[in-house]
Design a protein around this ligand. Sequence first.
Ligand code: ADP
Ligand code: MG
Length: 472
Amino acid sequence: MVKDCQSVWNNCLHSIKEGVGEQSFNTWFSPIEPIRLENRVLTIQVPSQFFYEWLEEHYVHILRKVIHQELGPEGRLEYSVIVDKGNEKYKPFTINLPNNNKSNKPPKEQNREEPLNPFALNGVDLSQQNSQLNPNYTFDTFIEGDCNRLARSAGYAVAKKPGITSFNPLMIYGGVGLGKTHLVQAIGNEIKDTLNGKFVLYVSSEKFTNQFIDALRNNKIQDFSNYYLHIDALIIDDVQFLGGKERTQEIFFHIFNHLHQNGKQIIMTSDRPPRDLKGLEDRLLSRFKWGLTADLQQPDLETRIAIIQNKMESDGIHIPEDVIEYLAYSVDTNIRELEGVLISLIAHASLNRKEIDLELAKQTLKNIVHDIESEVGIDFIQKTIAEHFAVKIDDLKAKTRKKEIVIARQVSMYFCKEHTNHSLKSIGYHFGGRDHSTVIHAVQSVNDMMQVDKRFKEEMEELKKRFKMKKV
Ligand code: ADP
Ligand code: MG
């Protein structure tokens, strides 16, 4: 059967989508056009040289994988790079993959094929096993700040002396996008790079669970346990997903005890502190507390600035100071989101062949924030504010002039103005048919109160976060 290039590429996209985040997918893969499929060579058109470089630098592995999946081991990818946009006679510029570009050198870990029986250990050199580590997640690229100091230095100590410090297990917890995976992988990479012959393994709890289920199904439990019992440093990510999975917990308990007794290091992450983990057996939870538990917090402004500077420098991109500050001020939720914004900004600059400046940064952020905010509606704001001020939603819409209600109403209107795209008229309408001048007055009053009352201002900042939080 002859495959056509569009359907091959669609299948590729399907797999890619699972492997990269949505934002990266939209930014880097949606603009690609498949143009030709000949002799197992798929040619795709990318909008600029920069795009091509970015794909090669960041997505070469996944691209190679999906091409092999779709076209077999002989399958190859070529790029046609639009060199001169908007001009009929652009020269297609084609490059084969893999090529010998420096950034394209496969990290020695990732390229190795998984063995047929992933747990077969007969006679192999354990330190040569695939550790499943991302080589970019190192201590060098993990910026230190007040938000992560303890976790980082504990991690570093563990990396230098795995299994020997009292930080065993080391449990890192914190919200989404705050650097848990990066930090624990940095520990793994450091161990591999500085201590010879250690068998380090990074595995997500989900993968661990799936491997276990497969092993059960295929009568390979013995191999499975044997494999895990040989590890020198086991990194297991997002243990909250073990909640409720009793049999997986049981085997993990067994592996944990064995490794711990033999002076092997265990490193875990979770999205919440151990005491809040649901559906985990007590005996497992009590083990988690044997070592050290350290949290990652939201990065402060200085750390955010340092992170942006560092990312840009390492990508060889210059962005002006005022843009860095603007971004660091505007995106304060988590680091993954900050990175997402940076990537969009770079992509916009590249697509439009513009320098990155404050104007472009504002524009880009507006587009992103716009998407986010459209999810926060008037109803949600009214509900949140009514709850906060302990008043009824109906009261917000009623005629009553009681002081507490007036304040709650004005605050709600203020947030509707700030966080939705509704017009003043529409906002007034949703508050019992008031007119637009009432909304203007409300916004003004809230602004005034924030100026004179510091406590009130802080309260407002807290509330504001709820509307921002909704996006993640
Ligand atoms: P989590 O596992 O907590 O959800 P990740 O480790 O995946 O978060 O981090 C999200 C992104 O933010 C990653 O790209 C990571 O490299 C980056 N990041 C997180 N913390 C830092 C830091 N301190 N310095 C530099 N980059 C960071
Ligand atoms: Mg993670």
